[in-house]
Design a protein around this ligand. Structure first.
Ligand SMILES: [Fe+2]
Length: 283
């Protein structure tokens, strides 16, 4: 195929977990769930040698939820870029207590809201965390160690408050970001609400390694969207990279067998990509 013309919607890269760096056409930048370094023994799953100095921008931080592997580098990003920190309103005060951020730089948002930022529109969706068995006391106990960023309470809130979103760029391209369970989002994203691309956590925790490609491909084929970028599978990339690669190959095969146009992108962490709308000749 030869491109006749290409227009860039945005540039972006996956750093680790649910941490993405987005750069919009007007130059504004958004970092989701900052975790590219540290977080106790989970730190060995990060991209080696990536530091805050290598970030290119951080006008906004968005928190899908407030577990340590989603907040580990909030302070680092804020200190470098003086970001606006977008988080669910129920977590906003605890975020303020845990990080040295001016109160007026914390931007509380609620479920099912629409917010207008410089460079993008944010629509928020109620979500739920993948199932965890622990109650409040057990959760607080688990996150008490100094290796976990944020307070035990902030980490406990991470299991309760979970917020997915759809970004719309100023040119109208729609990107869904689904961190936990989709919680009805698939139904809400039909028709005119449909995104062009979905960035999604796997369907269950990293410990679940049965029917991963089948279940994920089934969900994506129901979404019937053009592109899917899986995220938060750094445990598999670290411990079982062949499994991670096979998940994507299998998903693309299943989608093809189903006659879907949707494709799954094996995004490499740390590499900048451009998302374009193109017209190309068909040879
Ligand atoms: Fe979590």
């Amino acid at each position: 195929m030869n491109n006749l013309v290409t227009s860039t919607a945005l540039t972006f890269r996956w750093l680790n977990g649910q941490c993405f760096e987005f750069r919009f056409p007007n130059g504004k930048t958004l970092i989701t769930d900052p975790w590219y370094q540290g977080c106790g023994k989970l730190g060995n799953r990060c991209l080696p040698n990536f530091t805050t100095d290598q970030l290119e921008g951080g006008d906004y931080i968005f928190l899908n939820h407030t577990h340590g592997d989603h907040t580990a580098n909030v302070q680092d990003v804020y200190d470098r870029f003086h970001s606006t920190v977008i988080t669910h309103s129920a977590t906003a005060m605890e975020v303020a207590r845990c990080f040295n951020v001016p109160l007026t730089s914390i931007y509380p948002v609620d479920y099912e809201g629409t917010y207008y930022f410089d460079g993008f529109i944010l629509e928020t969706h109620h979500a739920t965390h993948h199932r965890q068995p622990s109650n409040y006391t057990e959760t607080v106990e688990r996150f008490k160690g100094p290796e976990f960023p944020g307070s035990p309470e902030l980490n406990a809130m991470g299991s309760i408050f979970n917020m997915n979103f759809v970004l719309t760029t100023e040119q109208g391209l729609r990107i869904a970001f689904i961190g936990g369970n989709d919680d009805g989002m698939l139904k809400r994203m039909q028709g005119l609400q449909k995104p062009n691309i979905i960035i999604r956590n796997k369907m269950a925790s990293s410990k679940v390694k049965i029917n991963v490609a089948e279940d994920f491909a089934e969900w994506f084929s129901t979404a019937d969207t053009q592109l899917l970028i899986p995220m938060h599978y750094e445990t598999w990339l670290t411990e079982d990279p062949e499994f991670a690669q096979k998940m994507i190959t299998d998903m693309n095969r299943i989608l093809k067998d189903k006659g879907k146009v949707g494709q799954v992108a094996p995004m490499e962490r740390g590499v900048w990509y451009t998302l374009n709308l193109s017209i190309a000749t068909i040879n």
